[in-house]
Ligand binder design. Structure first.
Ligand code: C2E
Ligand code: MG
Ligand code: MG
Length: 720
């Protein structure tokens, strides 16, 4: 027996499982070594006592083995409330877990179980209780619980809307920001695999679902190319799309999804983040709209028109249909702008834009491409008749009377039409021919329209050729200045001359400025050409002065583009200074309409020119609608009455009355008055009788070559 007990003792002590045994008197009969280590109480202290509780609690109370010895197993759950369970393996055995804070090393978690001991008759003879130190496992479990809690908090508290899918594509997290952005509450979706419902009307994978699958080639299909791989995070994708069905309202989202992997690189889920980019997207759309639309009318602008016309041409080619380009220009719009002001001008432009758009179908394009120019593309018109009807509708709509600020107004327009493929097969040809046809319509009569005709191509080609030739004209010395004398009506003597440019074109012969000055304006060549004119005129005048001993006043014409040129004053000063020519004898002619384009700016520049000593003349007076009030503000020395009024002398009382009024006005303002284009004696007599100072016209002399003019001048200038 002693040996037996000794063996049992050894067995117990060598067991890594801590255990102790109570007899029926609650006395500890075994307290093994492992039990000593876990509890910090030695077997010597414990064995033989009936106070097993001392090892575990600070107050006396039964341990589990005590309850079994007393047969009070029904009390066990009360003592270990919530921490107890019956062993699934052994009958009569109870298991529990608890934390014992006074154990060595700052307390321990123990898992313990107790079981009755019986003799061979089944009689209860004691109880055995085993203890297992589960502190490490328990700590790991608690740590994991805490880190999961923390993860939940991080995700939930994050201001970035996001959701997480688990391995089975179920939503494990759907944070508060995600609720706010989508308007979908987490209770509705967490635990389900129905993430698609939040975003789409039909079942389909979301980006997070797709990144979890290996076959990422599907992604661009689902997002129609509107997605890309992230260049920051491995295997992540990003996309931007419009979601019209959120309970929180429609939105543009930028979203990214990345797979989540365990330490063996196995995919265990995915996280998707969302960002509301609606404002940015709307701004971008607004910018794109602005880049493609005219801000005044909201119609397509030239750049969008170019794009659309090119597309239409390709489409018409493919479907073998026709296409019409209508070039529309308002008649006398400048008059409205100049007399009623720009803000009313703008309202007219807007109103006419609406009327044109209202006269065509939705499939047609209406663009505004310049001041008072509109272009309409008729999409696949059925026939020429269809086009003509559309043109008539537009003409009718534009011409309808309207009133602005209670002022009844009325404006007409001229329309040029070019048709694909008959007239041209490219976008640029169609635009050019419609433009050419519009000019023809204007020439014929305002308020009408004109189909492009092949003869016009000739003119268009001529225009293009001239444009090319003009670049070389100055180098090749093809320009020449003619001089038209200006006579004093008092003594019939030459008192000045206007320099008029001519172009000796190698094949076209002598060209007048009306043919090529507009091209020079458009291309900017007018700047070097204009400088050449002043340079030549001044050096000629110097030569004459040296020979006859007196200065002669020379007029040169300044065009719109030259007048807008910042360096104009500098260029003029350089030339007169170099030749020691007094600027008083250089008269700058500016047309009335040019000055009226921007009167405020004109006043400034004219003041500078005046201050530098140049003489100033207003050309073509009577055609630019300037008001009397304006005339006072400009420092002109001379007014040139336009030829169109002089033409009507003897034929039209009204024109005569106007000339008389002009001359009176000039006198009142102390200005010299010149009449242009005087061809007959009758005109001359009329002008003299009304007190006109000077005359320029074929009646006295046509513009002459420099040498011929000089001969005339030397002869005393009296009429030959
Ligand atoms: P403008 O300044 O009004 O010049 C007068 C025009 O009327 C000249 O035409 C002249 O030849 C023409 N003319 C003069 N008297 C008569 C007449 O009795 N009967 C008729 N039927 N015509 C007459 P031109 O030389 O063809 O010049 C036309 C326009 O071209 C000029 O109108 C002027 O605005 C512009 N221009 C001429 N030379 C230059 C230049 O060097 N630079 C610029 N920028 N423009 C110029
Ligand atoms: Mg002139
Ligand atoms: Mg003139």
């Amino acid at each position: 027996m002693a040996l037996h007990e000794n063996v049992i003792n050894q067995v117990m002590d060598s067991s890594p499982v801590a255990l102790f045994v109570l007899n029926m008197q609650h006395e500890i009969v075994y307290w093994n070594h492992a039990c000593e280590v876990i509890t910090g109480h030695s077997a010597t202290d414990m064995t033989g006592t009936n106070e097993a509780w001392k090892a575990f609690y600070s107050q006396p109370r039964p341990v589990m083995a005590d309850l079994i010895v007393d047969g009070k197993t029904e009390d066990i759950p009360t003592y270990y409330l919530g921490k107890i369970k019956r062993s699934p393996i052994q009958e009569d055995t109870w298991e529990a877990e608890n934390f014992f804070d006074h154990f060595p090393g700052g307390g321990r978690w123990l898992a313990f179980s107790a079981k009755p001991l019986r003799d061979s008759n089944g009689q209860l003879i004691g109880a055995i209780e085993t203890l297992r130190d589960i502190t490490t496992e328990k700590q790991a479990f608690l740590d994991m619980e805490a880190s999961q809690r923390m993860l939940q908090e991080v995700i939930d508290g994050s201001p970035v809307p996001m959701f997480v899918l688990d391995r089975k594509h179920r939503i494990s997290h759907w944070n508060r920001a995600c609720e706010a952005i989508t308007g979908v509450m987490s209770e509705k979706v967490v635990g389900t695999g129905k993430q698609w419902k939040a975003f789409y009307e039909e079942k389909r994978p979301v980006l997070a679902d797709l990144v979890m699958q290996g076959n990422t080639y599907e992604i661009p299909e689902y997002y129609q190319g509107g997605c890309q791989r992230s260049d920051v995070i491995k295997d992540a994708w990003e996309s931007t799309a419009y979601f019209p069905h959120f309970p929180s309202g429609p939105k543009w989202l930028y979203f990214t999804a990345a797979p989540l992997r365990d330490k063996d690189e196995q995919c265990i889920g995915a996280v998707e983040t969302l960002q509301d980019v609606t404002a940015q997207k709307l701004y971008e759309q607004e910018l794109a709209h602005q880049a493609n639309h005219d801000s005044l009318t909201g119609l397509a602008n030239r750049s969008l028109l170019d794009t659309l016309l090119k597309k239409e041409v390709v489409q018409a080619q493919r479907s073998e249909t026709i296409l019409a380009v209508l070039f529309i220009d308002l008649d006398n719009f400048k008059q409205i702008n100049d007399t009623l002001g720009h803000s009313i001008g703008d309202r007219v432009i807007r109103l006419i834009g609406q009327r044109i758009a209202g006269s065509v179908r939705d499939v047609d394009t209406v663009a505004r491409i310049g001041g008072d120019e509109y272009v309409v593309l008729l999409h696949e018109p059925e026939s020429q008749l269809f086009i003509t009807r559309a043109v008539h509708r537009i003409l009718g709509a534009v011409q309808e009377k309207f009133s602005i600020n209670n002022q009844p107004l009325h404006i007409g327009c001229s329309i040029g039409v070019a048709v694909y493929p008959k007239d041209g097969e490219t976008a640029s040809a169609l635009m050019m021919y419609a433009d050419v046809a519009m000019y023809k319509a204007k020439e014929k009569h305002k308020g009408g329209f004109c189909y492009f005709q092949s003869e016009m191509t000739e003119q268009a080609r001529l225009w293009l050729n001239l444009k090319q030739d003009l670049h070389q004209a100055e180098l090749r010395n093809e320009f020449e200045l003619y001089y038209q004398p200006q006579y004093s009506l008092q003594d019939q003597r030459i008192i000045g001359a206007e320099a008029l440019i001519r172009w000796n074109h190698p094949t076209q012969g002598m060209l007048h400025p009306g043919t090529f000055v507009p091209i020079a304006e458009e291309t900017g060549l007018i700047l070097p050409i204009g400088a050449w004119v002043v340079e030549t005129a001044v050096s000629e005048a110097c030569r004459w002065r040296n020979e006859i001993g007196t200065d002669i006043r020379l007029s040169v014409n300044i065009s719109a583009r030259q007048f807008r040129y910042d360096e104009l004053v500098k260029m003029l000063l350089q030339i007169v200074e170099r030749s020691h020519f007094h600027p008083f004898f250089l008269e700058l002619e500016l047309t009335e309409s040019l000055v009226m384009e921007n009167p405020a700016r004109a006043v400034k520049i004219l003041a500078v020119l005046k201050e530098k000593g140049f003489s100033l003349a207003m050309d073509d007076f009577g055609t630019g609608y300037s008001s009397l009030a304006y005339l006072r503000r400009f420092p002109f020395d001379m007014i040139k009455i336009d030829k169109s009024f002089v033409d009507d002398v003897g034929r039209n009382r009204e024109a005569e009355a106007i000339i008389t009024a002009m001359l009176n006005l000039g006198q009142a303002l102390g200005l010299r008055m010149v009449a242009e284009g005087v061809e007959t004696e009758e005109q001359l007599d009329f002008l003299r009788s009304r007190g006109c100072h000077e005359i320029q016209g074929f009646f006295y002399s046509k513009p002459l070559k420099a040498e011929d003019f000089f001969t005339l001048l030397k002869d005393g200038g009296t009429r030959v």
